[in-house]
Write a protein that binds this ligand. Structure first.
Ligand SMILES: [Zn+2]
Length: 349
């Protein structure tokens, strides 16, 4: 049975099995529904599902400028729909809002991947304020949405086995591995997914790694865009095809797509680092062979981060997104134990 407070809010919120998050009457986030406004929190695959349909059937595609540009640069927009996409895209900055028939949509900063945003929607007619975190890591770069009636939260690591006591030291650990690799071999290969690649590049520069980067062509275009339009400072980087002409006493860091890790050459002339979002038992890293390490570098908060976000936000109702895998039911149980009103949507999964 629903409490009356839940029923009131749930008339305005729905999560579809394919991941579309419906808020109010006009807004659909990170999935498709035939509504005026599609909002995209970030470019990860499970958040841009059915983008083509939305480009056809929604009137506006709302996201940060970075996200919209990356969608094009990484060829995530069907080329036949590019003209329509460009006509419908609405770049919204952090803390900027747009009003759609008394529903106000605002984008809020979050620490996840470049361009990522949280979404808050104020449904003025009903006097209801809804916030959706999208994916997040809980760092000072993530702004906690307060004063919400409903918080919709991700649940990737919604189970207490996913606690990462070392999460704050992982960046310096990664930098140490790469610096050692550069000293010993002059070549380090890093295998990771899009989004994570860009983030690691920035992290290494922040920690003083000067070696040039070599990246796949598609990533190269995305990087150029981040640098030229959005003041990301990535230092020197080259396309795959230019690798042969690089002369660097600092060595070279090669970035490759995660899936190509299995084709790596173990010839003792390079160090290989595979970045995974998966949590590895108790250790922050694992040695695969003499020349390969797997390091956990997650874009998501761990169990404690999810719970802490809810405690700090203190919404009247927590809706846990159960459409994207993860551990929604477990997170719900823990939140209910702590006295929160929490439910999982879609139901019965
Ligand atoms: Zn994500």
């Amino acid at each position: 049975m629903r409490t009356s407070i839940e029923s009131k809010y749930l008339k305005n919120i729905e999560i579809l099995p394919r991941g579309a998050i419906l808020v109010g009457k006009n807004i659909v986030i990170d999935g498709h529904a035939k509504r005026p406004v599609r909002v995209i929190t970030h470019i990860h695959a499970d958040h841009i599902v059915d983008l083509d349909k939305s480009i056809r059937e929604c009137s506006e595609i709302v996201a940060t400028g970075i996200t919209l540009d990356l969608l094009e640069a990484l060829n995530y927009v069907d080329s036949r729909l590019l003209t329509v996409f460009r006509a419908k895209r609405r770049a919204v900055g952090y803390h900027e809002c747009r009003l759609y028939n008394s529903e106000e949509v605002c984008l809020i900063p979050v620490d996840h991947i470049p361009g990522a945003a949280q979404v808050s929607v104020e449904i003025r007619d009903e006097k209801i304020k809804v916030g959706y975190t999208g994916d997040f890591k809980l760092t000072p770069k993530t702004e906690i949405m307060k004063g919400l009636d409903v918080l919709i939260i991700e649940a990737t690591y919604g189970h207490p086995v996913y606690r990462r006591p070392f999460k704050d030291s992982i960046n310096s650990l990664l930098v140490d591995f790469i610096s050692e690799g550069l000293k010993t071999y002059k070549k380090v290969y890093i295998y990771a997914y899009h989004g994570k690649i860009q983030e690691v590049m920035l992290t290494l520069r922040e920690h003083g790694v000067q070696a040039p980067y070599v990246v796949p062509n598609r990533v190269f275009e995305a990087l150029k865009l981040l640098e030229e339009r959005y003041n990301f400072s990535i230092g020197s980087y080259y396309k795959d095809s230019e690798a042969a002409r690089i002369r660097s006493s600092e060595g070279v860091v090669f970035f490759k797509h995660f899936n190509s890790a299995r084709f790596r050459k173990l010839d003792g002339k390079a160090l290989h680092i595979v970045l995974t979002g998966r949590v590895l038992a108790e250790e922050p890293f694992k040695k695969l062979d003499d020349y390969t390490y797997v390091i956990t570098l997650s874009d998501h908060g761990d169990f404690d981060d999810l719970v802490n976000y809810v405690i700090k936000a203190d919404p009247r109702l927590v809706v846990i997104d159960g459409s994207r895998g993860g551990f929604a039911e477990s997170l719900k149980e823990h939140l209910v134990e702590r006295g929160f009103n929490a439910i999982v949507l879609p139901e019965g999964r």
